[in-house]
Design a protein around this ligand. Sequence first.
Ligand code: BES
Ligand code: MN
Ligand code: ZN
Length: 497
Amino acid sequence: MQYFVTSDALASQQTDCLAVAIYDQAELSPSAAQLDEDTQGAIQRVLDTGDISGKAGQTLFLHHPAGISSPRILLVGVGKKGKTTENDFNTATTAMAQALNESGAQAALCCLAEVEVMQRSNAWKIRQTTVNTETTLYRYTQTKSDNKPIEKPLTQLRFTTDEADTAAAGQAIAQGAAIGRGMNLAKDLGNLPGNICTPSYLADQAIKIGQQFDSVTTTILEEAEMAELGMGSLLSVSRGSRQPAKLITMEYKGAGDSKPVVLVGKGLTFDAGGISLKPAQGMDEMKYDMCGSASVFGTIQAVAELGLPINVVGVVPSSENMPDGDANKPGDIVTSMAGKTIEILNTDAEGRLILCDALTYSERFEPDTVIDIATLTGAIIVALGNVTTGLMANNQDLADALLKAGNDSFDRTWQLPIWDDYQKQLDSNFADIANVGGKEAGSVTAACFLSRFTEKFNWAHLDIAGTAWVSGKAKGATGRPVPLLMQFLLNKIESKS
Ligand code: BES
Ligand code: MN
Ligand code: ZN
């Protein structure tokens, strides 16, 4: 897909389709009114038929309207005038991209950014439309044999904008395309089954990214090297699997010697629970337990594509969690890289066991900030559903920056406390710390566990178990929280300049 901006007049546009907004109760947006005039009332006549009311996400094509050079107009419902929400706008632009892609129009002009959306800027709306177009056109193809490509897919989207806004709009499409492609990479990795997307597969993907961008250096640690570093906790999880664990590092350099943001992504390529085996129902979805790492891959790719002036390190501990004769048993005690002993009361709480060693490993990058991203607890789905990512942090400025980035990108987070009141739930009679804290506040005690390994740096934890994929008929990875992470980095760059 290619994206452009233009400040030329509507009627003169040479394109396959003009997409314009219709407000609820069949009200014309400014561009729709302009086109209505250019076509001697063609749009109003269609509205009068009642075929489109303007509800967010409705679409209707007009073919060969007289008076303009474009062979098509696409009317797109955006909700009540002046009341279009971010969700309405996302619904509308997603429907627009879908309709265009399924039509014969390959090049289109989008006039939807003129719609007022909760005080969002023109650049925000253009960027969001680009992200939504990119992710709407995503198709999972890798393990399907009947991939008939769409005959005339959408290949070019142009945005109308005021002359004065073209620079900001240009930046918006560049960022939106990079974020969208990063999300699509994250979706692809998430959607791949556990028998293909293994720790070794993820390591190969990281090597590819390193080859693709001069700015990215990838290193892979094998189990023997992890053993030398004393990563007894991480290795105890992979001992239960035939697949060797990998510790993947992708270092992006865009800002000399400045301290990096380290993103640590849980790369559990299949979580059967181990000896504390999960129930069969829905267990296939545990192939998504590497979505934290997928978001790190997507973010590193997007950062490198944009050449952002910042240093970012992606650290991905990757393993399977399987039941095996050599797997962890409830009651086993292991020693982490930090030297702390851990009593494994439930082998299904494996994410924290691989993350704690990866977090300790992150110290060597002398980080400015460490953010881990993990499908860590079912409890976060109970608390927040699939709308918002759980956020916990040992530094409130960092938490505030992530909350803001969530609002800015509309890939939102909500903070939960990790006060020391909760820490005692992790007391163990036999080790320094237990790996589970009982059934109360499960997401909080999981973060409390990680906090014992992050005392040396500013750290935040994103629990994406609810937001990384959707279940049901539309089952699939979402590509979240790539937009959140990208926004965090963009805001950080902005605040420094
Ligand atoms: N990968 C799961 C978390 C998860 C559960 C993600 C459901 C998405 C949907 C994690 O490894 C896990 O099993 N967590 C346990 C922790 C418990 C044993 C303390 C959980 O949430 O049940
Ligand atoms: Mn588990
Ligand atoms: Zn897991």
